[in-house]
Design a protein around this ligand. Sequence first.
Ligand SMILES: [Zn+2]
Ligand SMILES: [Zn+2]
Length: 467
Amino acid sequence: MIAKKAMGLPLKGLRFAIKSGDSILDNATTQVGRFKTWFDNNKAKAALDEQPTAKRNYTKTAKQNDVTTSNQTLDLQELEFKKAPINWIPATILVATPIAAAVITPWYLFTHQVSAPVWGVFGAFMVWTGISITAGYHRLLSHRAYKAHPVVKNFLLLGSTLAVQGSAFDWVSGHRTHHRHVDDRIEDPYSAKRGFWFSHIGWMLRNYPSGKFDYKNIPDLTKDKVLQIQHKYYGLWVLAANVGLVAAVGWLVGDVWGTLVLAGLLRLVLTHHFTFFINSLCHMFGSRPYTDTNTARDNFFLALFTWGEGYHNYHHFFQYDYRNGVKWWQYDPTKWLIAGLSKVGLTTELRTVDDTTIKHAEVQMQFKQAQQQIDTVSASGLDIPHVMQSFQDRIKFEYDAFTQTVEEWQALKAKAVEMKKTEFADRLHEVDDKLKLEYAKIEQKIHAHNDNLKIAFRSIGYKDKAA
Ligand SMILES: [Zn+2]
Ligand SMILES: [Zn+2]
């Protein structure tokens, strides 16, 4: 008991410190603002405007009345979800295509010879469709993480149309809402809080209130002529791509039906579910190295199926970065494609978050995890083992030092802004060189905090933390 009390006192300080750290982190994250596009400037306004009418009304009611009314409001909203009508066209496609693929593909392979070129077309269409969603609809259109030459943009747009996941307007509007209201049971169109089935596919089968988009959060897309055409004639485009184009390629390789079955049907179903994994499994299984304020996870195995989008925890924290697997060794073919195309000038203005900001977020999370370890032991009611007490002391010491580093970093950022304002243009490069050195020192210090945390975690047998 005494040991528990002794453990409790400094913890309070650390908890407070970690909370203060959160606000520092918020400030640091705000600095990432320079990576954001002009779209971001409209974000606050759009956030106010884009709430579905139902939500706006409910919010108003809840404010005016007491807790009972707010509970009733919640019940009403849940009722609206329960009685949501079937979304017939997507529901038919999403139910019929997997059944058809499960029956037709094995039968076809059993009864027909499929040539290598047909398998080649199947592979090429898998890559084209999958990576068009990740590099096109997702990183280019939803997050404006880079700029693409019209040839690249249209190639990715055609691939995204092959994916049959809705028009760019629908996809991007829903995805931006997902980021803004992640995990909200009412607002997030594919909220993981409603379980695997809903976040994977269920959200498309019915007309849920969270799935009604008014496009107010995509002002940058609605004025794009090509996207307008894709949206207006979406059904025709889907048929032309998935039947017309696939059959034409099949004719070129001498097997129309084989190509339609494999590069058409089977490819469609597989790419559907690989993409859906991002909304379901990537919000369920994996690690949370950057933030635990939402359910998004980093998962290498899911990155294999999702063209690199398995690093979803990073993505939810730094959504404007063109990379999802931010470490050089992380499997992210979408990142490699975008970076590769930039070498030949087909993609430009690739947005990245600087290494210090990323490392800072990681270290911040490690402190949180350390605190959770301490809390767990302290809540057990047993005497605190000696090793745990010294772990706690180390963490407390390290956190004080880390807080100081972050303060130095903030001061340096303020100084940088001031110096650039007052310095003559022809001496700006000298200022940059000087600042670069100072930033490098801060980065080294944050890495040193990371190393010290690793040692502290190892001392209590948690080798996987603070990696
Ligand atoms: Zn997500
Ligand atoms: Zn995203």
